[in-house]
Design a protein around this ligand. Structure first.
Ligand code: ATP
Length: 468
């Protein structure tokens, strides 16, 4: 069961070391979040699976890690300076600011709200009597365009010429390196470039935990192809399928909580001819999880050719006189938003036979932050030493992430491992030591399954085989 309220998950994340409020000891900084020891393992695994699926397991893909700071001309060429705007409305009563289109989504639906023209937003808010979420009054100003890019200054001299932006998407780092990659990697179309990195947007209404923040991380792919040799519709369909499979099969997010949504014509970004999002059923309703595929045409490379004066064409190896600007398909994922969906989807409350409630994070074992926990049954020194011996063996002979926990009763330790989603717990007891046959035979341990709670007795060598 996904968390019915976000609060339960936020509280578990803080309690168990997944995600903490940013700058906590200073009273926080609104809408910033820090990944704790378990959160960083989980998010790293999501990223690792993505890289493995889309870069290492495909002969047609390579990776890149470009700078966050880029020449400001990049953002003129890409259209972000003139087009990357949200409709901002102020409440005349309490002066709070909101995104007009988001306020209207509940009444009009996501699609209809997204296609409103700037001058339609305020009249629609008034006609639909949408109150200010902060003070409850309906007193909206005209909508204004608000550019979402974070501006800062480079160097020691402030003023004209030193303005620079934090990148609002990672994609442009790929486009500006297109020629470098082409010249060095001996690639033939179609091929793709993948990148994971931070992006920044001065969102008007961040919120819902890590769903919408001003600093976040993207995992983006630009897939270049020759539109005369391949139909964009085929590449679009293939990426939609691959993105869907990554979320469902690789990360194990339940299909019943996911759906595909095609963008309406008017809703498409300035560069796009077709976009399909994957949406997740968040506790507050359906919301974009990622763009499964967006067809960006040859817009970006053409613009960069124009603005940089550099040729960004590809020579057709079959007819060297033919030079083209490739077209591009873009699957775009947010690692924070996907990690949030993975957390929500894993969150389960179960009633046990004895009537107690068990909270368990049912992560797919591929992304669980800890693979296995080794737990000595009690705090007796020689038992801890035996368990420590097993811990050393497992970390040396496998690539698993192993937790070793001696604190508190065994029941409490199982509860903690359930709440952090550890798929297997190994208990070392007096049977293991050869001191109590009732607990088990010498040199055997108990392995407990997180999901069905079944316990089995295995020898140490069987255990290592089972775990790898
Ligand atoms: P939204 O409509 O939610 O603002 P978008 O359509 O602007 O999202 P894209 O530009 O398509 O988002 O970005 C691709 C992905 O990056 C999104 O699907 C999401 O996973 C992630 N993302 C975008 N903005 C944010 C944000 N402010 N916080 C966290 N993740 C984000």
């Amino acid at each position: 069961m996904p968390a019915s309220t976000l609060d339960q998950l936020v509280s578990l994340c803080k309690r168990r070391g997944f995600i903490f409020p940013g700058s906590d000891i200073y009273g926080g900084l609104a809408n910033t979040w820090d990944y704790g020891p378990l959160g960083v393992e989980l998010k790293n695994r999501v990223k690792k699976e993505w890289w493995k699926t889309f870069v290492h397991k495909r002969p047609d893909m390579v990776g890149l890690d470009a700078s966050i700071l880029m020449n400001p001309r990049v953002w003129e060429a890409s259209g972000h300076v003139s087009n990357f705007n949200d409709p901002l409305v102020d409440c005349k009563n309490c002066k709070e600011r909101f995104r007009g289109d988001k306020l209207l989504e509940g009444k009009l639906g996501v699609e209809a709200a997204a296609v409103l023209k700037l001058d339609q937003v305020q009249p629609m808010l008034v006609a639909e009597k949408i109150p200010c979420p902060a003070c409850g009054k309906v007193a909206w100003t005209e909508a204004k365009k608000f550019n979402l890019m974070f501006k800062t200054q480079q160097g020691v001299i402030e003023g004209e010429g030193s303005d620079i932006y934090l990148r609002p998407e990672t994609a442009q780092g790929i486009f500006v390196n297109f020629k470098n990659i082409l010249d060095t990697m001996r690639l033939r179309l179609p091929f793709g470039v993948a990148q994971i990195g931070k992006a920044f947007r001065n969102e008007i209404t961040p919120g819902n935990f890590t769903f919408r923040t001003r600093e976040f991380e993207q995992m983006e792919i630009e897939y270049f192809f020759d539109p005369e040799k391949q139909k964009w519709e085929d590449i679009f369909a293939a990426w939609k399928k691959d993105s869907w499979n990554f979320i469902t099969e690789t990360l194990g997010v339940a299909k019943k909580n996911l759906r595909l949504r095609d963008h309406e014509k008017d809703e498409l970004s300035h560069y796009s001819k077709g976009t399909t999002d994957i949406e997740y059923k968040f506790p507050w309703g359906w919301g974009e999880l990622c763009a499964a595929a967006a067809y960006r045409t040859d817009f970006d490379l053409t613009q960069h050719e124009k603005f940089s004066g550099q040729e960004l064409k590809y020579t057709d190896p079959d007819s060297p006189d033919r030079k083209i600007i490739p077209h591009v398909m873009e699957p775009s994922f947010g690692s924070d938003r996907i990690t949030l969906a993975v957390l929500l989807d894993a969150y389960t409350e179960e009633t046990l036979e004895n009537g107690e409630t068990r909270i368990v994070m049912k992560f797919d074992p591929k992304v669980a932050p800890v693979d296995v926990a080794i737990l000595p049954l009690s705090k007796k020194e020689h038992l801890i030493a035996k368990a420590q011996e097993l811990y050393n063996k497992v970390i040396q002979e496998t690539n698993l992430v192993v937790d070793f926990d001696v604190t508190g009763s065994i029941g409490k330790r199982y509860r903690r491992q359930d709440e952090i989603g550890t798929p297997k717990c190994i208990t070392v007891d007096f049977g293991t030591l050869g001191e109590d046959e009732k607990q088990g035979a010498k040199d055997t341990v108990t392995i407990r399954d997180r999901d069905n709670l079944k316990q089995e007795r295995l020898t140490v060598s069987e255990l290592i085989k089972r775990l790898t």
